[in-house]
Write a protein that binds this ligand. Structure first.
Ligand code: GLU
Length: 373
């Protein structure tokens, strides 16, 4: 399916998530860039790809509509701008997508929609249904309701979550710089472009996180975090220049984008949710033996290895699994409630029935429902 659509390292793409930043969509000449982006998205869709767009720009378009030149400092004003601007943004997309006869569907999200497994699965159905219908979902944070606790804060994280949720094969992050460089390309002509990253060693993060190391152009740090997250789940990530370059060129040429290679085969959906999206309701503190069994031998967590229980949760909830010195080692779905685990902790599995009057599982957390961090 990919013949000539993607650079050679990317083998097969069925689902692609493309994220575009506010500057691409709002600074001077943006209508031309949007038109070009829409053409490319439609091109990919017509080549059989399931295509999703994550679009920023609501607040910026709202500011323009209200005649504001500085980003609002207060949350209510930001929310009002987003409310007005999101509509403008969609009108703009509607205008260009309708030229091609392609339907678009707006999806606005907060963290709350992903943290609950039920809502997560519902949402996944919505995306799949839109894609089955041949529509292109256009996603943004639901900024007008997003109070601090449920905000993604930036669309890099949101785009990564959408890629995880929709089982995408490739996440493309369009920004105003051609990916990663060893120095700041805007200020240093000798900067060398990095076309491929195969491992997230600390030196890669340093390229973005040290302000003085110059690469922190356009919030590269959150783009790297998003790329690291999806590559851990088996998804390719590409960060490149969507300001001056076409999306379709970034997919085929390596000079204006950095490709991040995935770590392993695709993580199953349930493990993705545990690792990256779900919210823990408490934690289990485990002993050294259990730590070794989980970490080195891929074993389940048994009651014998549990030293303590924190928080209040019921069977099926997600918890952190932490070591005695307070490090979170893993996350997992529990087979027993907090109260039950408090009663069986430190005991052999054969004793569960005596204590609880029932034994549905030997394990407190089965290894299939456990993800090491
Ligand atoms: N959701 C914000 C907006 O549409 C943008 C967040 C971001 O740029 O990362 O204005």
């Amino acid at each position: 399916m990919n013949n000539n659509l993607f650079r050679k390292e990317i083998p097969a793409v069925k689902t692609i998530v493309v994220k575009t930043g506010s500057r691409i969509l709002t600074s001077s000449g943006y209508e031309q860039r949007v038109k070009r982006l829409v053409e490319d998205l439609v091109f990919l869709k017509k080549r059989g790809l399931r295509t999703i767009l994550v679009s920023s720009g609501a607040i910026a378009h709202g500011m323009a509509a209200l005649g504001l030149t500085k980003r609002p400092a207060t949350i209510p004003l930001q929310q009002a701008c987003a409310s007005i601007g999101q509509n403008k943004l969609m009108q703009m997309y509607e205008k260009y997508f309708s030229i091609h006869g392609v339907a678009i569907g707006q999806v606005l999200l907060t963290w709350d929609d992903l943290r609950s497994k039920k809502r997560y699965l519902n949402l996944r159905n919505t995306f799949f249904q839109l894609l089955d219908l041949g529509a292109i979902p256009i996603v943004n944070e639901n900024d007008s309701v997003g109070v601090e606790e449920i905000r993604f804060g930036n669309n890099d994280v949101l785009a990564a979550q959408v890629a995880l949720l929709t089982q995408a094969d490739l996440l493309v992050n369009l920004t105003d710089v051609g990916g990663l460089y060893n120095k700041n390309p805007h200020t240093d002509k000798s900067a060398i472009h990095i076309p491929v990253v195969s491992d997230f060693s600390s030196s890669v993060h340093k390229l973005a996180s040290e302000k003085k190391s110059e690469i922190s152009v356009g919030g590269m740090s959150t783009k790297l975090k998003a790329a690291e997250m999806v590559t851990r789940a088996g998804i390719f990530a590409l960060v490149g220049d969507g300001f001056d370059k076409r999306l379709t060129d970034l997919l085929t040429h390596e000079d204006s984008a950095t490709l991040f290679l995935p770590k392993q085969h695709k993580m199953p959906s349930r493990q993705r949710w545990i690792a990256f999206s779900g919210q823990s309701s408490g934690s289990l503190i485990i002993d050294d033996g259990a730590q070794r069994a989980i970490k080195n031998q891929g074993k389940s967590l048994l009651p014998a290895g549990v030293k303590d229980v924190r928080g209040s949760f019921k069977s099926g909830d997600m918890v952190d699994i932490s070591t005695l010195d307070g490090k979170t080692l893993a996350k997992g779905l529990v087979n027993y409630s907090a109260e039950e685990i408090l009663r069986i902790k430190g005991l052999r599995s054969s004793e569960i029935k005596n204590i609880l009057g029932k034994k549905e599982f030997d394990e407190v957390v089965h290894r299939d429902n456990l993800v090491l961090l």
